[in-house]
Write a protein that binds this ligand. Structure first.
Ligand code: BLA
Length: 316
């Protein structure tokens, strides 16, 4: 049987039964999201050629200022894929995955996004094929990419329940099949997360494989700007920044965020964050440091099973 036997008082007591074991908390240090990245790389290689990214030379691995945490970076490119990169953060008390794959800007295919933050006994998870365009109002775009994937969303919405209220602005970057969950770190949630990652990544590769390059110049510009807007949002407001600053200091964290994690934010367009998100404008011309201007909302999953946006209707 697959009953991990950790030398930990947390699990040893309930580890005699296979089922109980899978619902017991497992220590954070026993979890690793490297397996997720390895799967994605292997799977990508089955379909296309992966080339190392020029970013790899500079962004390789780092140790936190207190020497207790290791950060590992990997980056690649492939035909149709501008950048496929991962950041793994590992320590005794924390495991973090930030994995994303960005298509070349000619394409309107979604961006693959897997963010998992695990500390102590719980995890914060966002797994999604982030849409490039508005899936709330643009039905044709929504149906083009998500209609055939709604079954995945429905399956995992049951296994990984909606994580409750979140930064309202973030929802515009999420799709109807988004997995947004806060879960306890048990072996079975780890397995479910891996299975979701596998399903979503395979689905994304398929979308990329089938995607036709945009040839109409005006449409091309629209795709490019949408990716730039996405990068601008995450480079400025991603929830991981605070922790990165604590680990490696402000200067290195800023560099990592702008030039590695959200590479392209300084190259794909000339608009600035405030051009896209003017509500964050402060009178002195700076960007408001609040993560959210609109506040948190969406206590319940704001999408129905057909992928229609229902907003906060289900408020209790
Ligand atoms: C929390 N991470 C969150 C939350 C979301 C995300 C929605 C809940 C808080 C909120 O509503 O803002 C993730 N938000 C996203 C993603 C997008 C988005 C993926 O808009 C994409 C469009 N998380 C990481 C990394 C770290 C991390 C790399 O991905 C650390 C280095 C940490 N995320 C982290 C922490 C919290 C969090 C510590 C909880 C604390 C907080 O909310 O600030």
């Amino acid at each position: 049987s697959f009953c991990l036997s950790f030398n930990s008082p947390l699990v040893s007591s309930s580890c005699s039964s296979k089922n109980k074991c899978r619902t017991a908390f497992i220590p954070v240090s026993a979890i690793s999201y490297r397996k997720f990245v390895q799967f994605a790389l292997d799977e990508t290689k089955l379909h296309t050629h992966l080339f190392p990214s020029p970013l790899q030379e500079k962004y390789n691995s780092m140790i936190s200022m207190d020497k207790k945490v290791k950060l590992e970076m990997l980056s690649f490119q492939a035909p149709k894929i501008r950048l496929l990169r991962s950041l793994n953060i590992e320590s005794e008390t924390m495991q973090v995955l930030d994995f994303a794959a960005f298509p070349e800007t000619e394409f309107d295919v979604p961006i693959f996004c897997a963010n998992i933050f695990t500390a102590a006994s719980s995890s914060i998870v966002v797994l999604d094929l982030n849409p490039l365009h508005d899936v709330i109002n643009q039905r044709d775009y929504r149906e083009k990419y998500y209609k055939s994937l709604m079954h995945l969303g429905t399956k995992y919405a049951e296994l990984l329940p909606w994580g409750g209220k979140l930064t309202s602005e973030s929802l515009k970057f999420f799709s109807p099949i988004v997995i947004w969950t806060k879960s306890s770190s048990t072996e079975s949630t780890y397995d479910v997360l891996f299975s979701a990652f596998v399903d979503y990544y395979k689905a994304w590769l398929e979308l990329v494989h089938n995607a036709a390059e945009e040839t109409i110049p005006s449409r091309l510009m629209v795709n490019r700007e949408a990716q730039h807007r996405y990068l601008s949002w995450r480079a400025e407001k991603d929830p991981g920044h605070g922790l990165l600053k604590k680990l490696i200091g402000e200067t290195l964290a800023k560099d990592l965020v702008r030039n590695f994690l959200f590479n392209g934010v300084d190259e794909l367009g000339s608009k600035r964050f405030l051009d896209y998100f003017p509500e964050y404008y402060c009178e002195d011309g700076t960007v408001n440091t609040k993560r959210s201007m609109a506040g948190k909302s969406y206590e319940h999953r704001p999408w129905d099973k057909r992928g229609e946006f229902i907003g906060d209707l289900t408020k209790s």
